[in-house]
Write a protein that binds this ligand. Structure first.
Ligand code: SF4
Length: 330
């Protein structure tokens, strides 16, 4: 029996992003409006037992990397108990988490004890006023405390810091992030703004491209590119003087779809074969209707076979998905 999960373009799936909630305690401009989004009813959200069962099936189909996302995953109660369930699954090699860091200081120890391997923290500015402007939360200090709290656990490496440069993001912001990468050895990655915002305000002219940010950095710090890892989303560079790493995730200016090995499971149990999918496959319904693992596997295989070749941002007729970033997860 072929255990790998393949699409019609010859790509093998190995990475699953699991959104555990669509709720968040921040209101980032590039993600949702100030008033938030209409949240998914709690009854429609997968339980931890349901997530565990689905992840077991995906792992049996060759998925080795699982990332927990949101909304903001740490707002979901007892998240370490889910981490412990997933960390116990044979064949799951890398279990990571993407968080805005606000609740991280209080949960770092529990997450590490439960088995988390890596953590990505989203921080869009290291200047307090600008951080507030982007996230609509005066929370930079608390987020940095969360970053330091997880950094205290040497087993959790690498620690990555993700920043979305929005209009007004300038050289001083970039240089602050360079210092963070050089002094604290966090891998800082700049992610291009994508058309997944709840306010539907995305315009391509608002995208600060990876190349533009790289040029800002190289005016001060020469960089040297690392060889690209298979399926990687980021182009990773080291500072030429060897003091740390910087990455660029350029889905708009330099799409990396050709060897994409990623799937997403939404908090309400929908399988998304691409971040920009216009269609979803319901797994929660069959699961709650008593489907056995073989039936769920058949549904997953069928959906994956039809995985999109690539996104079509900036192509004629491009339509953003109905579901926005906060309900898809990173
Ligand atoms: S846009 Fe879709 S196909 Fe491209 S890398 Fe992202 S998930 Fe993969």
């Amino acid at each position: 029996m072929n255990v790998s999960l393949e699409d019609a373009h010859g790509r093998t799936i190995g990475d699953l992003r699991v959104s555990v909630t669509d709720r968040c305690n921040f209101r980032c401009h590039y993600c949702m409006p100030a008033e938030g989004m209409p949240w998914i009813d709690r009854g429609e959200i997968l339980t931890y037992a349901e997530i565990e069962r689905l992840v077991r099936i995906f792992v049996a189909l060759g998925v080795a990397d699982v990332r927990l996302t949101g909304g903001e995953p740490l707002v979901r109660r007892e998240l370490p108990s889910l981490v412990a369930r997933l960390a116990a699954i044979d064949g799951l090699e890398d279990l990571s988490l993407t968080t805005n860091g606000y609740l991280l200081a209080g949960q770092a120890e529990g997450l590490v004890a439960a088995g988390i391997d890596r953590v990505n923290v989203s921080i869009d500015s290291l200047a307090r006023a600008r951080f507030f402007e982007v996230t609509r939360r005066d929370a930079l200090d608390r987020v940095l405390a969360g970053l330091e709290a997880i950094a205290a656990f040497p087993a959790v490496r690498p620690i990555k810091v993700n920043a979305v440069p929005m209009p007004g993001f300038g050289e001083d912001d970039v240089l602050r992030f360079c210092e963070l990468a050089r002094e604290r050895r966090f891998q800082v990655r700049f992610i291009e703004f994508m058309p997944l915002d709840g306010g539907r305000a995305w315009r391509s002219e608002d995208v600060l491209s990876g190349a533009e940010v790289q040029a800002m950095i190289e005016r001060i710090h020469p960089l040297r590119e690392r060889p690209r890892e298979p399926h990687a989303t980021a182009r990773v560079f080291e500072f030429a003087d060897g003091e740390g790493e910087i990455g660029f995730i350029n889905p708009v200016s330099e799409p990396f779809c050709a060897d994409c090995n990623r799937l997403r499971l939404t908090a309400d149990g929908k399988l998304r074969t691409c971040l920009f999918s216009l269609h979803e496959t319901d797994l929660r319904g069959p699961l709650r209707d008593g489907a056995d693992d073989a039936e769920l596997e058949r549904i997953i295989r069928d959906a994956v076979w039809r995985k999109e070749l690539k996104h079509r941002i900036d192509e004629p007729g491009f339509r953003p998905p109905a579901r926005t970033m906060s309900a898809i997860g990173g």
